[in-house]
Design a protein around this ligand. Structure first.
Ligand SMILES: O=C(O)CCC(=O)C(=O)O
Length: 267
């Protein structure tokens, strides 16, 4: 399975509409991939709280959903479209991941995940956005993908629920600050090791609203090895994933079977 993490530079000086076009073009060029993953809140920037409401969009009737759905179909790829500030029908804002199937004939061409753990303690996202409540997995043609966003990475119980729901890969879109780059690296590996899943951790590049981004998107295998890692700038990180590796690690080192507190063992 060929996966590309698109570590987009989210510069506040690039107008949102221009970046939307640029990213849709980038996706359109990814024919041959099985899955493309974008970062968190890449239209505005993950720390651009003053701009979120202005650029919030309804889902699925907003401009980013339309542009990405078209691009995913044109490229014939599954697309994890990172996340956008969603304007809910209740008037609230959500940090919402958009996942597109390449087929318009799919009965559910767009699935969504609203970020559960909001960052900022009592400021920023935690104050301005509402929390999602649903744990989401999506069946790709050859694998079950779990979905998490940025700060969610700090909550192992979410990843355990995704694993119990059968996820073999977990995509984490992020806008992780460079000041905590080491946490990004360690937590992505920890979530992969403890759940024996691939972690596809896609961050953004650049600097916006005074927050320099970590970059360093990475693909971590179910043994915790970093199989590919980006630098700090905008970059496409493409990697071939061997899904057999999940079964192999779980078979040869069956730690998930030894859990005594809680959830059922995944298949
Ligand atoms: O947990 C962190 O250190 C960063 C989280 C974050 O930036 C976010 O969720 O937007």
């Amino acid at each position: 399975m060929r996966v590309t993490l698109a570590q987009v530079d989210v510069d506040r000086h690039e107008p949102v509409a221009d970046r939307r076009r640029r990213v849709a073009d980038l996706v359109r060029g990814r024919g041959g991939d099985d899955l493309v993953v974008l970062p968190e809140l890449w239209t505005t920037g993950a720390f651009a709280s003053p701009a979120w409401r202005e650029h919030a969009e309804p889902v699925p009737d907003g401009p980013t959903s339309a542009a990405l759905a078209e691009a995913a179909r044109a490229a014939g790829v599954w697309l994890h479209g990172g996340s956008v500030p969603e304007l809910g029908t209740d008037g609230a804002l959500y940090n919402t991941t958009l996942l597109f199937s390449p087929s318009a004939a799919d009965p559910a061409p767009l699935r969504t995940y609203r970020k559960i753990h909001r960052f900022g303690f009592d400021r920023g996202e935690a104050a301005l956005m509402s929390a999602g409540t649903e744990v989401v997995t999506v069946d790709l043609p050859r694998a079950r993908l779990g979905v998490a966003t940025c700060y969610d990475l700090r909550f192992p119980e979410l990843f355990r629920l995704l694993t119990a729901a059968g996820a073999q890969l977990v995509a984490v879109c992020a806008g992780w600050p460079a000041s905590r780059a080491e946490h990004w690296r360690v937590l992505a590996r920890a979530r992969a090791i403890e759940n024996q899943v691939y972690v596809l951790a896609c961050g953004s590049a650049g600097s916006h609203y005074g927050v320099r981004q970590t970059g360093h998107s990475m693909v971590v295998d179910p043994w915790g090895e970093v199989v590919a890692e980006a630098g700090e700038g905008e970059e496409l990180l493409t990697v071939e994933i061997d899904l057999e590796r999940v079964a192999e690690v779980r078979r040869t080192f069956p730690v998930l079977r030894d859990r005594v507190l809680g959830l059922p063992t995944p298949e």
